[in-house]
Write a protein that binds this ligand. Structure first.
Ligand code: NAD
Ligand code: UDX
Length: 483
């Protein structure tokens, strides 16, 4: 029986390994992590992450050929293939701070593999890493191989799943990418991993490349996706200024088969643990390779994303007569997108910080995000990528202005305004007449995800700001708030 061990039981390691176990009953899969609480949760009925369909997959194979454990050394020693799916955040200190990937976790995993291995292993980079990371990892492992005569083959097998649709993406991936050394040993390792995926992925969707192409393709894919959002968000600002409607523009341009219809939804900004981190990583690699023009090109994608969040906050302040001090604002949605409880880099953090800086009172509701998590996010020192400095967390006085509730009607009661920051489907079903009746007047809706029908809400009496759509007559004459 082939044995797989995955180091890192997070958003990628957990679901990916669960799907491998489900699709390959002849393979034994162990997912290991240093975080004992996380492993306990994987072994319980309350999984550590919310992901549609995940519970079902885990229940089918846990205890059969899928195991979650903190016995890292044991499972790495026994494995034929070791996936490394640890976090690779942006460095916050030292050389490259604010941009470069922090590979501390990766290196410690590699050293552990080198230390405990007693037999040949294929080591698979699942984490998103800078180009040429495999070379560094190879050095750590080869050093060991010289001492003990153990052969290691490194493969790059980046993950393209998106949160909220992870199981669907893993069941039916657009492609699986495997990069390896162009040597007989490298080709053999690629073939071994290919056979794992071939249990359920059609062969023509399994792409094999050299190591560096695979590593770079992951950064490139995320940069291209994020760039599309910044492009449509830049258009949303122009739409508001000209009376065009960004949804109509997106639809019209998406009909061009060269552009395509997906990923063209204007929003309050992209979030998630990947896009900003991976673009910054790309920017850093460009700078290190003497390509400042290329670096600046990609930086602009993040600048527009920051601009979009700021623009949203400024619009709220301007609409409410330039003062939101003491006014209750309901925040509906805190996760970075629907169908996940993940709040990493969610635009909601920056929007809430902006509103609190203007002394608003916030009442937050998200169906999947706990009060503890929201508290942690607002209390966090945030890193300003551009300068790079640590920004102070929200002050204790401002934090007192934040409450978190489990009912959208409680959140909106007596509020002056509502902000939609995540596109949860349940928000479309809200009883807006009931909400309006219990709000202060004028009652505002600021839709950062374009999920409400502005005309229907205006008929009820709301003043509605929908991102990138023709402005409400009430808002047209309001001068924009500027810093
Ligand atoms: P995560 O933070 O959810 O999980 C990483 C896990 O690794 C944590 O549980 C941590 O405790 C564990 N870990 C760290 N060092 C360890 C060590 N030395 N030994 C054992 N465990 C260790 O991160 P994630 O979201 O799963 O992302 C993992 C990687 O995959 C990142 O490089 C990320 O960029 C990439 N990625 C993420 C996504 C996504 O949607 N989240 C998608 C594609 C790729
Ligand atoms: C992304 C990539 O899509 C995935 O391939 C990669 O493996 C990890 O990073 P993820 O961050 O989980 O996945 O979600 P994604 O669906 O890409 O959304 C990222 C952000 O962009 C979210 O905040 C989302 O709301 C926003 N978004 C997405 C838009 O604002 N508009 C869109 O049209 C699409």
């Amino acid at each position: 029986m082939v044995k797989i061990c995955c180091i890192g039981a997070g958003y990628v390691g957990g679901p990916t390994m669960a799907v491998i176990a489900l699709k390959c009953p002849s393979i034994e899969v162990a997912v290991v992590d240093i975080a004992t609480a996380r492993i306990s949760a994987w072994n319980s009925d309350q999984l550590p992450i919310y992901e549609p369909g995940l519970d079902d997959v885990v229940k089918q194979c846990r205890g059969k050929n899928l195991f979650f454990s903190t016995e890292i050394e044991k499972h790495v020693t026994e494995a034929d293939i070791v996936f490394v799916s640890v976090n690779t955040p942006t460095k916050t200190q030292g050389l490259g701070a604010g941009k470069a990937a922090d590979l501390t976790y990766w290196e410690s995993a590699a050293r552990l593999i080198a230390d405990v291995s007693k037999s040949a292993k294929i080591v698979v980079e699942k984490s998103t890493v800078p180009v040429k990371t495999a070379e560094a990892i190879e050095k750590i492992l080869t050093h060991n191989s010289i001492n003990k005569g153990i052969e290691f083959q490194i493969l790059s097998n980046p993950e393209f799943l998106a949160e909220g649709t992870a199981i669907k993406d893993l069941f039916n991936p657009d492609r699986v990418l495997i990069g390896g050394r162009e040597t007989p040993g490298g080709f053999k390792a690629i073939q071994t991993l290919k056979e794992v995926y071939a249990h359920w992925v059609p062969e023509d969707r399994i792409i094999c490349t050299n190591l560096w192409s695979a590593e770079l393709s992951k950064l490139a894919a995320n940069a291209f996706l994020a760039q599309r959002i910044s492009s449509v968000n830049a258009m949303s600002a122009l739409c508001e200024a000209t009376g065009a409607n960004v949804s109509e523009v997106s639809y019209a341009i998406g009909k061009d088969t060269r552009i395509g219809p997906k990923f063209l939804n204007a929003s309050v900004g992209f979030g998630g643990s990947c896009f900003q981190k991976d673009i910054l990583n790309l920017v850093y690699i460009c700078e290190c390779n003497g390509l400042p023009e290329v670096a600046n090109y990609w930086k602009q994608v993040i600048k527009i994303n920051d601009y979009q969040k700021e623009r949203f906050v400024n619009r709220i302040v301007a609409s409410m007569f330039n003062t939101i001090s003491g006014k209750k604002i309901a925040i509906l949605g805190f996760a970075f997108k629907k169908d996940t409880g993940d709040t990493r880099e969610t635009p909601a953090i920056d929007v809430c910080r902006g509103l609190l800086a203007d002394k608003a009172r916030l009442c937050i509701y998200d169906p999947q995000v706990s009060e503890t998590q929201i508290d942690k996010d607002l209390n966090m020192m945030k890193y300003s990528w551009e300068h790079p400095v640590l920004l102070k967390p929200v002050s204790p006085t401002a934090l007192k202005q934040v409450s978190v509730v489990w009912d959208p009607y409680d959140a909106t009661k007596d509020a002056h305004g509502i902000c939609f920051l995540t596109e949860w489907d349940s928000f479309k079903e809200l009883d807006f007449q009931r909400i309006y009746d219990h709000m202060e007047k004028p009652a505002y809706v600021f839709d950062g995800r374009n999920i409400v029908d502005p005309e229907k809400l205006r008929q009820i009496g709301f003043i509605v700001y929908s991102l990138g759509k023709p402005l409400d007559p009430w808002l047209k004459d309001m001068p924009a708030a500027v810093a």
